[in-house]
Write a protein that binds this ligand. Sequence first.
Ligand code: PLP
Length: 486
Amino acid sequence: MPKNSKAQIFDAIKNFTKENKVSFHMPGHFGGILLPEKLKAENNIFAFDITEVEGLDYLHQPNGVIKNAQKLAAKAFGADKTFFLVNGSTVGVISMIMASVLPGEKILVQRNSHQSVISGLTIGRCKPVWMKPELVYGTLIATGISSQTLKKAILENPDAKAVLLTSPNYLGMTQDMQELICIAHENNLIVLVDEAHGAHFHFNSNLPSSSVDLGADIVTQSTHKNLPALTQTALLHTNGTRFEIQRLKTILSMLQSSSPSYLLMSSIDCCIEMVTEQGEELINKAIETAHYGRKILNEIDSVEVFNEELIGTKGIKDWDKTKLIIDVSKTEMSGFKIKSILHEKYRIEIEFASINYLLCLITAGNTKKDIDKLSHSLKEILLNRKENEMKIAQIKTKNLSIFARDLPDQKFTPSEVLYMNSKTVNLEEAIGKVSKNIITPYPPGIPYLCPGEIITKNLIREIEVLKINGALIQGIHNNTVEVISS
Ligand SMILES: Cc1ncc(COP(=O)(O)O)c(C=O)c1O
C-alpha cells in the first residue's frame, strides 16, 4: 500500500477551486456559472453519466435522439452535417485529415498549427507541405498565411489533395478565409479548418465569420473553449461532397470512445440550445467588458493592448473582440513572469503568456471589477519589478521566433520517424540532428519543431531564452532531447 493513499487530483482541484480567484481562462463556462440553466438545475447531474441504453441512441450509429441533436446542431451552425465530439477538437482535427488525404498524399498545412495536426499527419501517414504564416513584429505573434503563400504552395505542389488552415489563431486573429477557401476550391483542394477557438463566431454579428459559413469543407470547433460546454466537448461540421463522408464517420468511430459520455453530449446539446437563443446577448456582454479592458489597460505605462489597427495587415483579416492581447514587450519583464506573479500574488488566472504578451479570455461571466483588479495588479507588478526579473527579460531578442526565419529543414515526415530508433542527447549535441518528437512551448502547443526536422543552433538558443524566462517546453526534459539515432 502506498503511504499516502489520498486522492491526489481531487485534493489538488479542491484546493484550486476553493480560493476566490479572478479568471480570464478557459473553459468558457466560467467555473460552471455560464453553463445552461437546464444543466445547472439538475440535482443529480451524475445520473446523466450513463452508458448507451435502449432509447438513448448510439453516437457511432445515431438513429434517435443523438441523430436529432446533431441535426439541430448542423442547423444552428449552418452546416450540412455536424458530429458531436467527446475528445475535443483534437479528434476532429485528426479525423478530418485522415478522411481527406490518403497515406502518402500531400497536404498543404499552415505551419502555426496545433500539435493535433501533427498527430493527424502522423497517424494518417500523409506528407505535409508547410506554409509559413505572417508575423506581427514586436510581439512575434504568428497569424495567417497570405494568398500569395497559398498560391505558391499550390503551384509547387499541384498533386496536393487538401489544405489545412487554422483560423482564428489562439489569440483570436482570423485570416482572409473567404479568399483562401476560394483559391483552394478553384484548385480542387479540400479545405479543412481548425476553428477550435471560433465556435462562438456564428452566434454574434460583431465577431469574424465562421469558416462553416464561408464554405470550408470540414471544420472543427471546441465548444469548451469559447462556448459554455464541458471540457473535451467539440463539434465537427461538414459542407458539400468534396470528401467521402462515410470514411469520416468510420474514422470518427474508430478514434472516439465506444462509451461516449452522455454528460458531455448533453452539455453540447444544451449549450447549442442556449447560444442559439442567447448567444448574441452573452457575447455582446463579453465584448463590452473586453472593450473596457482595452481602454483601462492601455493607460498603463509601456503596455499596449491589441486593437483594430492591425486589421488588414500581417495576415490578420479580423479579430475576436472577446480576447485581450496585452503587449508587454516594452515592460522589460517577460509575459511568463507577469503571469506567474498574477497567479501567485494576486490570484488572477490568465489564459496564456508568451515572452512578449499576455492573453486574457473574456466571457459574459467577467465584470469590469475583474478588469480593474487586473489593471491594478499589473501596475503594481511593473512598479515593483525586481532587478533579477528585468535582467532575464533583457535577454529577449528581436528575432526570437521560428516564424521570423526560414522554416526548419524536413528530413523525414512525422509518420516516417514514428517507428525510427532514437536516443537522448543534451541540447548542444542535438544541433544538426533530426528530432524524434514535437518540440513546442506549451500552451499553446504550436510546434517549433516537428518530428523529422533538423535541430538548429538558432532553435536551441531560442528555446534556452524561452526556458530561462519561464516557458514550459514539451519535447525537452532536463535539457535533453530525443533524436533519431540511425
Ligand atoms: C488551434 C487548436 N486546435 C486544436 C486544439 C485541440 O483542441 P481540444 O483541446 O478541444 O482537443 C487546440 C487546443 O488548445 C488548439 O489551440
